[in-house]
Design a protein around this ligand. Structure first.
Ligand SMILES: [Cu+2]
Ligand SMILES: [Zn+2]
Length: 245
């Protein structure tokens, strides 16, 4: 494809089939007069290359379309009654299929412990909540790698006063392409992720993050929820700045 494109661009640069020879003694000549068949072939190739060029430009424009997704976190249906009931939102934004993902995590309902605690969040394979969060299966692992290198291994999140509120960027996970997380589940765990350093098999599969407290299925969305969160974030920042000054 590339060599063909390069030749085509060269032809496009020439613009017509009139060439000036390197030797100034010789005058330029019109290929259409000498070899009309060849001139026609070159013109055809020129037209084809232009067509491909336009198609590539169109694909790049499609590529630049922002994508958004939303996940409405609910307590697991199979959760024991003495466990915290976590609810909230996880929002995703991706500028193009090849760019890294941004995410907002806004969850509440954790026990309001005096010290901040750390909870794991991952993308699990199935968007199936029929048996609570248990039916979401293992970590989403399309390339058969070990934990914590799964695309949806978001790691640990600090919970303060029963609330988890975090904006993350540069996530190596996508809403587009063969490994899209659309239709898969986000699972919030009761415990901390050992990030594969637990020294047992489970650590390399799920980080020993413990019980599945809450989960949701990732669905595509408009930008509305994301924009509301951006406004909320601005408001919080301003409030913080007011407090410190
Ligand atoms: Cu998990
Ligand atoms: Zn994992």
């Amino acid at each position: 494809m590339l060599p063909f494109l390069f030749c085509g661009m060269l032809l496009a640069a020439l613009g017509s089939v009139t060439w000036t020879l390197p030797n100034p003694e010789e005058s330029s000549f019109d290929l259409a007069e000498i070899r009309p068949d060849l001139a026609e072939k070159i013109n055809e190739t020129h037209a084809k290359v232009l067509e491909i060029w336009m198609e590539l430009r169109r694909l790049r424009e499609v590529d630049a379309t922002e994508m958004y997704a939303i996940c409405q976190v609910q307590p697991s249906a199979s959760l024991a009654t003495d466990q915290p009931r976590v609810t909230g939102l996880v929002l995703f934004k991706q500028l193009s299929p090849s760019s890294r993902l941004e995410a907002f995590f806004d969850l509440e309902g954790f026990p309001a412990e005096p010290n901040a605690s750390s909870r794991a969040i991952h993308v699990h394979q199935f968007g199936d909540l029929s048996q609570g969060c248990e039916s979401t299966g293992p970590h989403y692992n399309p390339t058969s790698v070990q934990h914590p290198r799964h695309p949806g291994d978001f790691g640990n999140f600090m919970v303060r006063d029963g609330r988890l509120w975090k904006h993350r960027t540069g996530l190596n996970v996508s809403l587009a392409g063969p490994h899209s997380i659309l239709g898969r589940a986000v699972v919030v765990h009761a415990g901390e992720d050992d990030m594969g350093r637990g020294g047992n098999q489970a650590s390399l599969e799920n980080g020993n993050a413990g019980r599945r407290l809450a989960c949701c299925v990732v669905g595509s969305s408009s930008s509305a929820a994301w924009e509301r969160q951006v406004q909320e974030r601005k408001k919080r920042r301003q409030e913080r700045e007011c407090k410190t000054t």
